[in-house]
Design a protein around this ligand. Sequence first.
Ligand SMILES: [Zn+2]
Length: 293
Amino acid sequence: MCILVLFGVSSVFSQSNKKQTRNGEANFSLRLRGGEVKLVIRNETDFKEWDKYASEKTKKVLDAYESYLGITFQQASSPIFKTLPSSEKDKIRLVLKEAVLLNGTRVGGYNNVSGELGKDLGIFMEIGLVPPGYPALLLHELGHYYFTEPAWLSEGIVSYLPYLLSKRGYLKLDPDELQSVMEEWTLSEPIPKLDPPLSQDFHQSNPSLGPWFYSKSVRTQFILHKELGYEGYKSFLKQVASAEILNTDSILRILNKLQRKDWNKILQGWVLPGPYSVYPVNSFLKIQEIEKL
Ligand SMILES: [Zn+2]
């Protein structure tokens, strides 16, 4: 599950004169490796050109996930659809709004593909956060069909992968689109006085630390990539995406099986309690460090 509170992004598409909201849905059929996936877009804004853009990006990012991981969308998403009515199977719902509210609070976007947050299923996004040419949030949310739990791991993976897939030729993104992905990492977020480890899921209890949670979780992926190498990191992601239930302990077991290292020490301060050790808190703040991976 992922709830965003993102207002740092300028709302380039917000309008002063709103027209009557039209609730018509647009349907798309996506041909993926494992068969057809239906994409339903409920666009409650006047920017109808978004539908085509979003459907193309959805197809491309899922194609990229499938070929990189060797896991079809149907395989990856089966735990999500298992608990839903069969009519929802292999159906992706995107909901675009001027303002996204959750329990009366404007949150910018949230992911309710599993139904945990109520009966209205889908990925809810504000047009101001995900206008055409700025797909970071859409790509992030679609990644959650492959990676859900635990949050410290999945949030970092789905923010990092569009960048990695683009760099490695799996996903075509233009420079502005790639820029939008990097901006979502919130690398410039200042270190808060209170800095708990990611395994405490502190973004739930303290929403003001949300951007810091994302910054730490994506930089944890850079650490894992650096320690495992490109192929090792890819194997790690394959195992994570194939696992039924994951928690911090089982992730440490996967890491240890891949490469015997002092993962507790490597992840100390980042994921596990204790002071930062192998990687200081300011690791991977510069894009040059990330490009070297
Ligand atoms: Zn998320």
